[in-house]
Structure formats: structure tokens, C-alpha cells
Write a protein that binds this ligand. Structure first.
Ligand code: NAP
Ligand code: G3P
Length: 484
């Protein structure tokens, strides 16, 4: 990493540094060191990036699918070759532990290859009119999928590589051009990833980037007339704001969550505890799919809490550069203050700190809060940090009711040895995905991934993402009218 260098943006095949505004300094949450400087783009420079994407789109749509796929395979190889460099940057830029950072890059390369495979095999269909009452076999609709145009991909800080690639790959394979707006904290890693994609040989203008604070450039780009689709991952607050500005632009939104782990009386409690601790505290709980509350039956609550405590106290806490660390400093002081405030107010209302509760600057120790009740904010709010509330319930019905009372609906886990019961509960949970005997998680990335209620709209997952960012185009052949 050249810390003095201002990272430019990829616009129309060239890396350009903003000429107009002072650069933004990205500082490391690990030690405050400078990770890099970013261009803070002016409206005119944003227009240039969007115009480049618009200009390139028609020829990219016409580019043969097998050649698009070849570029994806090559980009995946280049990404893997740079895994050390990019993962080192992730470690310093967003304080992700090295193992998770490496796995994020490798997973992204896998996702690109898989996207290329799926993109190559997507087929259209032919439909005869006589399958509808009164219709005729003289009519046949040839249905293909066409790109939506220029996709604005907006990614969050917690997966700067993966949550950008999971938008870029499917958008490009669908024939769209892309403008990536990465989170400011995470943008240096994201731009390094984009360099690899570009060096694979993408034609000029097919992939472009824009940087600048979301609060400064966001409204301008999301409401730009030449953006045809927005694929956003981030907080519910920003997602709702974007929705309020973009009434006729189609969107996919992956937003916040409050995923519940429901633990029944017959669950394997050791297995549940292993999964819950992994799900709640990896990357310090800064994952949309982190376990963010436990709803446990009274009769097994004491045992589960004891098992969780033992496992949490074995987690390694500290500097993400050290081997085996799980809990690292949060991304900003603001986040750490927010999580600490949620813990404090819960304790004031009667929650018990079973373990944790300690803070050193932005590093919060993994915390388990027991006897959390539904009048506490921590029962409902997404902390995005290493704190896990335990809500004890008297019945399965009560667990389902509290699970569904949340404004969020990303995922839920159910731990039980009774598969029939698990399916019956799953049917009642208002979420995108129910995990039976597993922590919530996004992957494997070919599965559908979606949130309901305030957790989002639209569906991701390789094939689903390509379908979301393309639309059917029907050409109807009227055979009878051609006779004679
Ligand atoms: P965030 O603050 O909402 O930011 C997300 C992105 O939006 C960033 O690129 C940000 O840019 C940009 N942005 C901010 N204001 C904008 C505006 N007015 N217009 C357009 N873009 C704007 O979220 P975050 O803190 O990065 O990520 C954490 C949140 O994301 C959590 O709530 C988490 O649950 C959610 N998340 C959800 C999923 C999912 O799949 N459901 C996955 C990951 C994360 P700046 O960085 O420059 O402000
Ligand atoms: O928080 C973002 C989301 O994509 C998490 O993915 O694989 O950690 O469940 P994963």
C-alpha cells in the first residue's frame, strides 16, 4: 500500500484522480495509521463516470457471452494472485482478522467463476399462445433476457470486496455496465479489487468507480437520470433514504437485520452454543447475518448460557494482525459508542452481564447479556458489534411472536432435534431464510439471499442476481398473419 498515494477512480478505462476537491483520508481502525487517500469527486466528475458507463453499455451487451465469461475467469485468477495484498489492506482498513480477510477474497474469486458459469448457461424460452384459454398456436412468444442498463452498485464497509463483486459479476454477465460506489471505509480495498478486474481486460467504461462520502455524493448519484438500477447493501436508514429519492428506478436492497437464534428444549446445546458463538462474534458481530438475539426456552436457558459463557471466554480478542483473533476493534468510535450505549441502557433496565462488558478505545470485549426483556432497546435494535442479548421465553409460540415482532426479517435459526417441529416453526417466521441447526449465513453464494420487512427487497444469489438485473424481452411471432 502506498499510503501517500491518492487512489483515483476508474472512469472510461483510465484511473483518474479528482482535480477539484481535497482528498479524503482513510485511517485504520486498528492503529489510526493512514490506509490511503480517496478522491472526493465533484458532480462533474460523477457525470463523467456515469456517462462512460452509459456509453459502453450497448457494445458490452453485444459482447459475446463466452467472452464475458472468459474475462470473469481471468479476473478471478488475478484476484486470487493478489490475495495477500488485498487481504492485508482489509486487515488495516476495516480491522478484519487476516483469516476472514483471505476467505473474503477467495470467496469473491469463486463467486466470479460461478457467475460466469451461470451466465453462460442462462436460456430464454418460447411460449405458444394456445396454452392460455382462447389463445392460438399461431402465436409464439420468444422470451429472452436483456440488461437493465447501467447499474449503480453501492457497497457497505464490512465486506468491501465480496459485497462489491456479488453485484459487479452478475450485473456484467447480464450485459449491464456498472458504477461502483464503495463505502468510504473499505474503498481502498475495493479499488484494489477493481484494479484486478480491470487488468483482466474489461473494455473501457464497462466498470467504473466513484468515491466520496455517501452523505455528500450519494443523493446525486442515486437520483442521476442515467442510472437504470440501484443495487444497494447497507443500513436500513440509508436504504430507506435512497428509496425515498428513487421512485421509478428499480432497486435491490440488502439492509440491516436482527437475526434470532431460537433454541428449543430438545436442541443439542453444545452444538447450538458453538454455532451461536461463531455466528454472533465473528468479525466482532459486524455482519448483517450475525446472530443478534437468542430466544431460548426457560427450561434450558441456564445450561445454554453457561455453555455460551465458556466458549465466549475462549475467544481471542485484540489486534486483527495477530493469529487466531476473532474480536477486533469496531470500525469507528461512533459504532463503539453506539454499542456501548445499548449495553449500558440494557443493564440499567435489569439485564445481567454474563461475560464481557469491557471496552478499550474501539475494542469491545465479546459480551453476553442475560435476562434481556422486550422493553430494552437491545432486544430490537441492530448493534453491529460483539454483544448478544439472551431473551428467555416460556413457549415456542412466545419465541415466534417475539421473533416476528422485529422490524427486521433477514434470517432466523432454529436449534432442535425435531425436524417436523423445525419446519413448522420455519413456516411461521417472517424472514428471507430460516436456518435449521445452523447459524444464519449468506452463503453458499448460489443460494437465494434476501430480507423481508426492513431487511430489504429483491433477491441476490448468483442466478437470482443476474435475473434481478436483467428483464424479460418478448418478441411475439404471429404465424397466421404471415400466411399467403
Ligand atoms: P451504511 O452506512 O448504510 O453505508 C452503506 C453504503 O451507502 C456506503 O457505501 C455509504 O457510503 C453509502 N451511502 C451513505 N449515504 C448515502 C446516500 N445518501 N446515498 C447513497 N449512498 C449512501 O452502511 P454500513 O455502515 O457501511 O454497513 C453496515 C450496515 O449494512 C448494517 O446495517 C448491516 O446490517 C448492513 N448490511 C446488510 C447486508 C445484507 O446483505 N442484508 C450486508 C452487509 C451489511 P459512505 O461509506 O461514504 O458513507
Ligand atoms: O453482512 C454481510 C453478509 O453478506 C454476511 O455474509 O457470509 O458473513 O453470512 P456471511
Amino acid at each position: 500500500m502506498n499510503q501517500e498515494k491518492v487512489f483515483g477512480n476508474l472512469i472510461d478505462g483510465e484511473w483518474r484522480v479528482s482535480q477539484e476537491n481535497q482528498p479524503i483520508e482513510v485511517l485504520s481502525p486498528v492503529d489510526g495509521s493512514l490506509v490511503g487517500k480517496l478522491s472526493s469527486m465533484s458532480h462533474q466528475e460523477l457525470d463523467q463516470a456515469i456517462a462512460a458507463a452509459k456509453h459502453a453499455q450497448k457494445s458490452w451487451a453485444a459482447y459475446p457471452v463466452y467472452r464475458k465469461a472468459q474475462l470473469m475467469y481471468k479476473a478471478a485468477d488475478l484476484l486470487e494472485q493478489r490475495v495477500e495484498e488485498i487481504s492485508d489492506c482489509l486487515v488495516m482498513e476495516i480491522a478484519k482478522d487476516k483469516k476472514s480477510a483471505v476467505s473474503e477474497v477467495i470467496r469473491s474469486a469463486d463467486l466470479l467463476r460461478y457467475t460466469a458459469d451461470v451466465g453462460k448457461s442462462l436460456q430464454g424460452e418460447a411460449i405458444f399462445g394456445d396454452s392460455f384459454p382462447g389463445g392460438s398456436r399461431d402465436k409464439m412468444s420468444c422470451v429472452t433476457r436483456v440488461p437493465v442498463g447501467t447499474v449503480l452498485a453501492i457497497s457497505p464497509f464490512n465486506y468491501p470486496v465480496n459485497l462489491a463483486i456479488s453485484k459487479i459479476g452478475p450485473a456484467l454477465m447480464g450485459g449491464n455496465t456498472v458504477i461502483l460506489k464503495p463505502a468510504t471505509q473499505g474503498a481502498v480495498s475495493a479499488l484494489m479489487m477493481v484494479q484486478a478486474l480491470q487488468e483482466a481486460g474489461l473494455p473501457a467504461g464497462v466498470l467504473n468507480t466513484v468515491t466520496g462520502l455517501g452523505s455528500v455524493i450519494g443523493d446525486y448519484v442515486v437520483s442521476h437520470k442515467d442510472v437504470n438500477f440501484i443495487n444497494f447493501t447497507g443500513s436500513t436508514e440509508v436504504g430507506q433514504h435512497i428509496s425515498s429519492l428513487t421512485s421509478m428506478t428499480p432497486v435491490i436492497m440488502e439492509l440491516g437485520g436482527k437475526d434470532a437464534a431460537i433454541v428449543l428444549e430438545d436442541a443439542d446445546l453444545d452444538f447450538a452454543a458453538d454455532n451461536i458463538v461463531d455466528g454472533a462474534y465473528s468479525y466482532s458481530g459486524q455482519r448483517c447475518t450475525a446472530v443478534k438475539r437468542i430466544l431460548v426456552l426457560d427450561s434450558v436457558a441456564d445450561q445454554l448460557v453457561e455453555k455460551l459463557k465458556a466458549r465466549i471466554e475462549r475467544l481471542k480478542v485484540g489486534d486483527p494482525r495477530e493469529k487466531g483473533v476473532t474480536v477486533t476493534p469496531l470500525v469507528s468510535k461512533k459504532s463503539a459508542d453506539f454499542v456501548e450505549h445499548l449495553m449500558r441502557t440494557a443493564v440499567e433496565k435489569g439485564a445481567h452481564i454474563v461475560t464481557g462488558g469491557k471496552r478499550e478505545e474501539n475494542l469491545l470485549y465479546p459480551t453476553l447479556l442475560d435476562h434481556v426483556t422486550t422493553d430494552m432497546d437491545i432486544a430490537w435494535v441492530e448493534p453491529f458489534g460483539p454483544v448478544l442479548p439472551v431473551i428467555r421465553v416460556a413457549s415456542v409460540e412466545e419465541a415466534i411472536e417475539i421473533a416476528n415482532r422485529s422490524e427486521y426479517g433477514l434470517q432466523s435459526s432454529v436449534f432442535t432435534n425435531n425436524l417436523n417441529k423445525a419446519f413448522a416453526i420455519a413456516a411461521q417466521l417472517e424472514v428471507g431464510t430460516v436456518q435449521i441447526n445452523n447459524k444464519p449465513e449468506r452463503g453458499p453464494d448460489n443460494f437465494p439471499f434476501l430480507g423481508v420487512k426492513s431487511s430489504g427487497m429483491g433477491t441476490q444469489g448468483v442466478r437470482y442476481s443476474i435475473e434481478s438485473m436483467t428483464r424479460p424481452k418478448a418478441v411475439t411471432i404471429n404465424l397466421a398473419s404471415n400466411e399467403g
